[in-house]
Design a protein around this ligand. Sequence first.
Ligand SMILES: C[S@@+](CC[C@H](N)C(=O)[O-])C[C@H]1O[C@@H](n2cnc3c(N)ncnc32)[C@H](O)[C@@H]1O
Length: 246
Amino acid sequence: MPDDRRARGDAEFGVPFPGRVLPGERWTKTGLRDPGGAFDWTAVFGRLAPRVVDLGCGNGRYLIGSALARSDRDHVGVDLVQVAVDYAAQRANRRGLTNVRFVIGDAVTWMFERFAADSLDEIHVYHPQPYYEANAVSRRLLTPEFLERTWTVVRRGGLLVLQTDNKAYWKYLLGAAARWFAPEPLPGPWPDAPRGRTRREIQARLKGLAVWRMEARRRDEPLDVAVPEPDFDANRPRFRRARPLR
Ligand SMILES: C[S@@+](CC[C@H](N)C(=O)[O-])C[C@H]1O[C@@H](n2cnc3c(N)ncnc32)[C@H](O)[C@@H]1O
């Protein structure tokens, strides 16, 4: 890569990607083949450290920024789509990161079969697909069963971070997550990434969509409230006038 491009780093929609590309001799290998069975964090990272997971991580923008800013934490990103994971791993490799891995996989499998109970410190889900068509609603990721498993997998005092640009999904999550976590909606944008933590956040804001975010701390005991299935009407959004990102 030419030196000037290395120094500039790369960008999406005019928003620089976190970190900078290092000389080739400092590149690492962050793509991971699903090993099957329970995920052995200590063997993979060679240490015991707090653990951060991004489900549906896309091209890894959030997780790479977090791994760069929080070298004392280990990070795993999971996404169904190979090309997204390849981009994420390539960018992380070129930044010389050793505290992140990207894997092609289903978030449901990873939550129920790879991550053990009481083993994670943070789970992040940015812009889960709302699935607008009635016959695809059953594919929504954040169901009561999934949120309950999230509570089981996250350690006492741990964090769930959720973000969406779909108002109906947001309303559902505010209510549903509250059984297991204490949602704190954040008036955006993120202080650590004012132009967007993820590719989809940047895109949504360029399209003039609102973005809703919450940090939700794990409750020691779930509330005794019923949580409906996510069978809401997701109302495909109409875009407002595109606004430049500041
Ligand atoms: C709208 S994109 C958001 C990507 C990224 N989080 C962002 O904000 O830019 C949703 C992502 O979730 C992934 N995804 C959907 N269902 C998934 C599942 N069951 N397991 C893992 N990834 C999933 C998709 O492949 C896609 O990359």
